[in-house]
Design a protein around this ligand. Structure first.
Ligand code: PEP
Length: 266
């Protein structure tokens, strides 16, 4: 049994960041598929998605299709534009053509290293939706934000900025990723994650109403491992996880995807 929202299928998403070339990506996807099969993983309740670098997407797409693997696929970023003179950028149309289902938008590394603000995130979410991709909008506070304004203010503002520019019918995924928890080995507590995810769901409800609030999946991300995933997924408003470092290890990521084995309902 899954302890998170009854009608929301859990999503375990692996963000590989700038790791693994296309040959290494094939090896990891094959190992992940064998490991999950060996452990008799049931995908009815849990969707597993992987977000490889752009240069790996075609190889991974081909492998998923050839071996009929039950993995969803996503890009780590997209251009706000559809085509044209934008050297180095990747259009949502290209990701769609590679059978991507998802695309990350506003990951804290994009916000910090590429100056992506809310305006850019709005344009990228709109571009994703134009190309039938589900944007996974990443929001979260820095350690400094946490001290000065608390944990919810910044993620709520980042989400609100996007919600106000999309329709109530749009399908999005929200990933609450406290910046201080990413890659630090210090995750938020399960209680902190649930608290912020609940406030984010209330924000969706306030802006667009019950239907979008009830169907939108909200993930927690930041130093997720197989040893802490069960606690996060106990939260009623936590519908899955965005996993960075631990998604590069097939055994560990498979164990995270099998969180249902460790979740007990109190
Ligand atoms: C991430 O980059 O989205 C992330 C959550 O990283 P990690 O799991 O390594 O903290």
């Amino acid at each position: 049994m899954v302890a998170s929202g009854d009608n929301r299928r859990a999503l375990i998403a692996g963000n590989w960041k700038m790791n693994l070339d296309h040959l290494q990506s094939i090896a990891l996807v094959q190992k992940l598929a064998w490991t999950l099969k060996d452990r008799n993983f049931q995908s009815d309740h849990v969707e597993v998605a992987i977000f490889p670098p752009f240069t790996d997407l075609r190889s991974v797409q081909t492998l998923i299709a050839a071996d009929k693997l039950e993995f969803s696929l996503g890009g780590q970023d997209l251009s706000p534009h559809d085509s044209g003179a934008h050297t180095g950028d990747i259009s949502g149309a290209f990701l769609s053509a590679l059978a991507c289902d998802y695309v990350l938008v506003g990951h804290s590394e994009r916000r910090a290293h590429h100056g992506e603000d809310d305006e850019v995130c709005v344009a990228k979410v709109q571009a994703a939706l134009r190309h039938s991709l589900t944007p996974v909008l990443c929001v979260g506070e820095t350690a400094e934000d946490l001290e000065t304004v608390g944990q919810s203010a910044v993620p709520v503002a980042q989400l609100g900025a996007v919600l106000r520019e999309i329709s109530a019918e749009a399908d999005i995924v929200v990933a609450y990723e406290p910046v201080w928890a990413i890659g630090s080995g210090t995750p938020a507590t399960a209680e902190q994650a649930q608290e912020v995810c609940a406030v984010l769901r209330d924000t969706i409800r306030d802006v667009h109403g019950d239907a979008q609030a009830d169907r939108t999946r909200i993930l927690y991300g930041g130093s997720v491992k197989s040893s802490n995933i069960a606690g996060f997924l106990r939260g009623a408003d936590v519908d899955g996880a965005l996993v960075g470092g631990a998604s590069l290890d097939a055994e560990e990521f498979a164990a995270i995807a099998q969180f249902e084995k460790h979740v007990t309902i109190d």
